[in-house]
Design a binder for this molecule. Sequence first.
Ligand SMILES: NC(=O)c1ccc[n+]([C@@H]2O[C@H](COP(=O)([O-])OP(=O)(O)OC[C@H]3O[C@@H](n4cnc5c(N)ncnc54)[C@H](O)[C@@H]3O)[C@@H](O)[C@H]2O)c1
Ligand SMILES: [Zn+2]
Length: 361
Amino acid sequence: MRRIKVRLGDRSYDIVVKPGLLSNGGLGISDIITDRKCLIVSDENVYKIYGTLIAKGLGADAEDVTHIALQPGERSKRLSMVERIYHKALADGLERSSIVVALGGGVPGDIAGFVAATYMRGIGFVQIPTSLLAMVDSSVGGKTGVDMPEGKNLIGSFWQPKAVLIDPEVLATLPPKELRCGLAEVVKYGVIMDAEFFELLENNVGKLLGPDMAVYTKVIARCCELKAEVVSKDERESGLRAILNYGHTFAHAIEKVSGFEGYPHWEAVAVGMNMAARYGVFKGILDKRSADRQEKLLDRLGLPVKAVGLDPESMIEAMSSDKKVRDGVLNFIIPDRIGRVSMNKTADRKTIIKAIKACMV
Ligand SMILES: NC(=O)c1ccc[n+]([C@@H]2O[C@H](COP(=O)([O-])OP(=O)(O)OC[C@H]3O[C@@H](n4cnc5c(N)ncnc54)[C@H](O)[C@@H]3O)[C@@H](O)[C@H]2O)c1
Ligand SMILES: [Zn+2]
């Protein structure tokens, strides 16, 4: 078992990573749950497999635990669904002292967190992430919210959970495509913060695709530790937290120009990291060998490293309308070696285009 502390003063909390945590009876959070009503927010896929187990594991009286299972997928992450959950919570008698439990991937996690942040001006919240992406990324750090027709994650709030409970064994039921979705972010942590961890990934590709639970326990715990370190220093993304956006400026542009249907986020992030690294090489910031190493690892994990049919000019235009751009100057997170990145402000269109072209087939 691994326990990671997210240090945020009186809002500090623990992330527990333990194989078998969900199937072994109690969840170890009875102190958080005591005598409180709990509403589990999940999706239909996940609730069908793990719902009853979690409801039991919460240890509260059965009538105090209710649930709502959303339709799986990003489309559920919208305001009308938030309203439905508010109605459910009111009907079930949730009060200021009650707890919302998010059970599932990033979609139930983000939406449940937003409900918890706003219901009666904020109630307790526990995360039980079940997708790899949610385990290593979305359940840690307190960003919650929903999408608007105008764009993703435009409405939301920072709201920290009281605990994050991770059982790597649930990855056994996660579809392989969803596993890859988390792996892109896993590689990202190695490149931006931890060369040794990157090497561990290189040496365990087979087990990662397995998925091998012992390796995942290590990998998930390390990712959570790294994200917790960043979030503790910069909760509201006013500085350091931006490094978590490595590859994402390119990725968001890829998603945008391909109309959001062409490239799922994880594919765009993998290609985006390759573009960011190539940009670094062309600028003399990163050595080519390191960029090649990243490309090779992504490829071995079944992630795309090149894109098809992107128009570099439209990509630049899309990047310039990214919410993080100021005065036409783009902020890129670029590694100077595996395990370390820095922020690069640039308006160098020529090199950006060269980097995009280097990652096209
Ligand atoms: N809050 C943050 O900091 C943050 C960070 C990154 C991403 N996100 C958000 O996360 C969302 C994506 O998360 P996601 O990829 O987990 O999506 P998701 O919640 O839609 O889950 C993906 C699919 O996997 C299924 N699933 C999940 N766990 C399973 C399991 N153990 N067994 C079987 N099926 C399982 C789900 O039913 C769903 O079909 C996006 O909305 C994104 O914006 C948030
Ligand atoms: Zn991402």
